[in-house]
Design a binder for this molecule. Structure first.
Ligand code: 5AD
Length: 346
């Protein structure tokens, strides 16, 4: 496997059948070697700097009914909330003081947030924080809507492709949501000029090694500025309640592989990774990740934005989360920096 890993580092891609072989047969020794190479590559481009993003979960209303997601429409046990413009701006102010220079507005697909409502909020953040990046993570919208939000001052957009394969996609989502329309959104976002983040869940129900190979080949082609991957974790109020969670080992291996495939990409150590293992995010950084996204949402709504069970940091104040993060990153030799953290993968 070492030869395949070396080849991946040199050529920054692998043929589909080699991806499949690598992902099926890797050993713990292979992971150790891959992660060492991934750290080397990350060090070349980003040194030991860890970028932070302030996540503001501004609505948990969602019109969609994705089988894996805790805030799906059919989940009647979720207490629904929306943050006001004033509250969102307060979160940004608190975040700015804590050293954040990127704000991520994430939410379900909530009809309340029309283009008019959202562009007004984005414009207000843009005006008050001219030196900050504004990232949206609000699902599928029309090209025109994406354009209006971009014109209002949004710079970045996170939209995981979830799974490239259309049959697998259909097994995770209700009828009407398609892999093709998801991917079309991503191409539209790129065309408009957003810095784009995509990605997928590791170990989602029915996921095969072939699916993962296709996910990696799609990411190579899309060439996004960020790739977000994390383990699938079941949520008790979804159709996938009884399914198995994705594995730490495979997630770490994929992080290292993505670092070698897209050397300059931004790679978050996700909250889901920190949820399946107490030191998951640290291990993610040691596998090549260089971004962490602490929560800036008001404490009283944290417990309502639960995409999966046992999510970490739902009881922390933002300041606590950041202080803990700085400490845990320093302990493994990394520095959390005050920076917009723009991607070098342009
Ligand atoms: N486990 C892990 N990740 C999940 N997401 C949604 N539900 C879950 C879950 N049960 C991820 C999706 C989505 C992102 C915001 O969170 O990939 O794109």
């Amino acid at each position: 496997m070492k030869q395949l890993i070396d080849r991946l580092e040199q050529e920054q891609t692998l043929p589909r059948e080699d991806w499949i072989r690598l992902l099926e047969d890797f050993t713990p020794e292979d992971t150790a070697y891959l992660c060492e190479r991934a750290r080397h590559v990350r060090q070349m481009h980003y040194q030991n700097r860890i970028f932070i993003r302030g996540l503001i979960e501004f609505t948990n209303y969602c019109k969609n009914d994705c089988f894996y997601c805790g805030i799906r429409r059919s989940n009647c046990n979720t207490h629904r909330y929306r943050l006001s413009k004033a509250t969102i701006l307060d979160c940004c102010r608190r975040g700015y003081e804590l050293g954040f220079r990127t704000f991520v507005l994430q939410g379900g697909e909530d009809g309340h947030f029309t283009d008019a409502v959202l562009t007004d909020i984005v414009h207000a953040i843009r005006t008050e924080f001219p030196d900050c990046a504004i990232t949206l993570s609000i699902g599928e919208r029309s090209r025109d809507s994406y354009q209006q939000l971009f014109d209002a001052g949004a710079n970045r957009f996170l939209l995981r492709h979830e799974t490239f394969d259309s049959t697998h996609y259909a097994s995770l989502h209700p009828a009407g949501l398609t892999a093709a329309s998801r991917q079309k959104c991503l191409w539209n976002l790129k065309e408009i000029g957003y810095q784009v983040g995509s990605g997928f869940m590791v170990g989602s129900p029915g996921q095969t090694t072939e699916n993962l190979a296709d996910d990696l080949l799609f990411l190579k082609k899309l060439n996004p500025q960020m790739v977000g991957i994390g383990p699938f974790i079941p949520h008790h109020d979804t159709p996938f309640a009884k399914e198995q969670a994705g594995s730490l080992e495979l997630t770490l291996f994929l992080l290292g592989a993505i670092r070698l495939m897209l050397p300059k990409v931004l790679l978050p150590a996700t909250t889901a990774l920190g949820t399946i293992a107490p030191d998951g995010r640290e291990q993610g950084v040691l596998a090549g990740a260089n971004v962490v996204m602490p929560n800036l949402s008001p404490k009283d709504v944290r417990g309502d934005y639960l995409l999966y069970d046992n999510k970490i940091c739902t009881g922390d104040e933002a300041a606590e989360s950041v202080a803990n993060l700085k400490r845990s990153m320093q302990a493994i030799g990394y520095d959390v920096v005050v920076d917009r953290g723009d991607s070098l993968n342009m």
